[in-house]
Design a protein around this ligand. Sequence first.
Ligand SMILES: *Cc1c(COP(=O)(O)O)cnc(C)c1O
Length: 349
Amino acid sequence: MEGVGGGKRRGDDGAEAAPRAIAEYLSRDLPYELSANDIYLTSGCVQAIEVMISVLAQPGSNILLPKPGFPLYESRTTFSNLEVRHFDLIPERGWEVDLEGVQAIADENTVAIVVINPSNPCGSVYSYDHLAKIAETARKLGLLIIADEVYDHLAFGNNPFIPIGVFGKTVPVITLGSISKRWLVPGWRLGWIATCDPNGILKEAKVNQSIENYINISTDPATFVQGAIPQIIANTKEDYFNKILDQLRNAADLCYDKIKDIKGITCPHKPEGSMFVMVKLDLSYLDGFHDDMDFCCRLAKEESVIVLPGSALGLKNWVRITFAIDIPSLVDAFERIKSFCQRHGKLET
Ligand SMILES: *Cc1c(COP(=O)(O)O)cnc(C)c1O
């Protein structure tokens, strides 16, 4: 038993079973073994983000977030008075991290860099080489990596999913995850923080202790979901995952083809993971729109199609389309988007 008041979560075998099962699950893809002591259970990945941002927020510190990104990070960091600095993801390069940009904005007060892979909102899945470069850059700058891998294994393109924790010996990685996305049970509210740190740097720096202290003063996931975790991990059939991947792959292909066919919107990179695609608006063709917000509001009003304005994600005049819906609905939605864009397109001269 470690730490102050550490008796809440550990101790009896029942409470130990879920962290142990998650440690084994994550270790399958790592070149070293995680133990139950590396795992902290949270109420979904949302609470994992809350815990990590709260633990890292020190006066004067800053954190590096991707642009476009997942808006909860902005809200959390702002709430915790942690300064945010954004680095770009580059659409023409499969939404890879602009590593030079990262080096330009990091300084001695930077505590961590957040990497979301597979990406919400971009639908990208990073290659081994790119992950290695991110890890190397973080090592050089002395940054901890916060890896949001809530879409772990939801990769259906050329790049397989690789956890950036494979580079845990290069640089400490804290991996955030949950059963919400891969198992499609977002309401069950079970997530985790995993310290992927075979060199024990985080333990030394008392980061594990801070996480534990925070966890000890916040609420646990429901015990019956915790109790089910070992079975959920051991007994979900491959077939279940494969069907989801097939469906997402078909939906992603359909999105990409349909977008090519619509004047006024373009997709620079075919989605190969998660459930999202970023689409750029051509406001020189789409007539009379102020911006992405205006586009999304009018699309909702006129066609009852809901897409997310890119400005909510840090990228103005883009929109995010979620394709985790059935194919007929997706076809219908794209027909509506097409007629909307045609109706509002400038007349060719
Ligand atoms: C959905 C999502 C989360 C939150 O996951 P929950 O397990 O539902 O709390 C965190 N990060 C990203 C990038 C997400 O898309």
